[in-house]
Design a binder for this molecule. Structure first.
Ligand SMILES: Cc1ncc(COP(=O)(O)O)c(C=O)c1O
Length: 383
């Protein structure tokens, strides 16, 4: 099995990308799954420039001279090809939680409805956001489960399941919801930068996701909001701030939303976070999402083979029904095993109650890392 890993690594067209990342400890096997992607080396240089030259030297003028005011939309356009969106359809800002809150409110207003459907297995923040909205907006009903969509107005769902890595069919599920009369708000957090997403091709209306996982945007990097351009004029989002307003610096005007995707913005964007996100997005764009997705599938297939060979209980969907971005091993002592792995410099994460998640980030993960991580885990189970 390790020989196969070495051959796969030797033939990996993306192998050289590891050199583009900060890897101070050659012994560390980083299989976090994938809550924080590795730091691109270019991020250090870009942040230094922004802090020392722009912020330090040019101060307030930087908002205009270095394009800070437009950065959420500029970075959105740089992200667009990775997600199959058109220019002008993505803004990079705030957290996924905030973007979801905005988009679910937008979707409720667009449909004029009051029934939101979500799976009980959905990521907690998505469920909490909906519960919070139901508390704020009288008459909202939350329906649990996505099998039956008749009577549903808004569907909230992840494209890739954070526990099983199951990849849903974006076009088929968007159309199924639309046929039932609902709008889907897609959460692309575990898909962006690891699978090929075609938002335009799938005729998606609304989507969000984070940039700190496979897009290597850094801790707390801003999320993104996608709104299909045909909807821009109809979209009214709930957080009215001066960055979403037309003629932002005419201070005495009543709020009038910008005509473009900038209407989803709220307040002052975090320029350091945007700078880091931009570097991670650029790395993925240069490597090419088709190559990244192909390696993710290969890593996922290999990881499943190793897990099966070692007799581990693997709950991951098999490609092509999986993103390939992580595999999940089920064990009742997941917490203890995660800690034992960490002591051996093997970083994985745990999702309660019993899931050990091994992240497979195509730009930085080697096949031997997958082999060695899973083999160490199997060894601990018999110790
Ligand atoms: C599927 C999914 N949605 C949302 C979030 C939370 O995003 P944020 O912390 O940016 O609000 C995460 C975080 O890991 C996630 O995995």
């Amino acid at each position: 099995m390790r020989t196969r890993a070495k051959i796969l690594d030797r033939n990996d067209p993306l192998a050289g990308w590891r050199d583009e990342f900060v890897l101070p400890d050659p012994e560390l096997i980083y299989l976090d799954g994938n809550s924080l992607g590795r730091a691109p080396k270019r991020t250090t240089d870009a942040l230094r420039t922004v802090v020392e030259e722009h912020w330090g030297g040019d101060l307030i003028m930087s908002w205009w001279d270095h394009g800070w005011l437009d950065m959420p939309l500029i970075v959105g356009d740089e992200l667009a090809p990775i997600l199959g969106a058109h220019p002008g359809e993505i803004a990079v800002h705030d957290s996924t939680t905030v973007c979801l809150f905005q988009l679910v409110n937008v979707a409720l207003d667009l449909t004029g409805g009051a029934v939101i459907a979500i799976a009980d297995t959905e990521f907690p923040t998505d469920r909490y956001v909906i519960e919070g909205i139901a508390r704020l907006r009288p008459g909202i009903t939350v329906r649990h489960g996505l099998d039956e969509l008749a009577g549903v107005d808004v569907v909230v769902r992840s494209l890739v399941d954070y526990r099983t890595a199951e990849l849903h069919d974006l076009a088929v599920e968007t159309a199924r919801a639309r046929t039932a009369g609902s709008i889907t708000v897609w959460d692309l957090s575990h898909a962006a930068g690891v699978v090929e997403v075609d938002l335009a091709g799938a005729d998606v209306d609304l989507a969000t996701g984070c940039t700190y996982k496979f897009l290597n945007g850094g801790p707390g990097a801003p999320a993104f909001t996608f709104v299909r351009s045909e909807l821009h004029s109809q979209v009214v989002q709930p957080i009215w701030g001066w960055f979403g307003q037309q003629n932002q610096f005419e201070m005495d005007n009543p709020f009038r939303a910008r005509a473009d995707i900038g209407r989803m913005l709220n307040g002052t964007p975090g320029i350091l976070g945007l700078t880091a996100a931009r570097c991670g997005i650029a790395a993925s764009a240069e490597a090419g999402i088709a190559s990244i997705a192909a390696k993710a599938r290969a890593l996922g297939n290999y990881a499943i083979d190793v897990a099966d060979y070692l007799g581990l209980t693997c709950s991951t969907a098999r490609p092509p029904k999986s993103s390939g971005g992580h595999i999940s091993i089920i064990h009742p002592d997941a917490t203890t095993l995660q800690q034992q792995l960490a002591r051996r410099k093997i970083i994985v994460d745990k999702r309660d109650p019993n899931v050990l998640r091994f992240g497979l980030a195509p730009l930085t993960t080697r096949f031997v890392d997958v082999h060695d991580g899973l083999t160490a885990l199997a060894g601990m189970m018999v110790e």
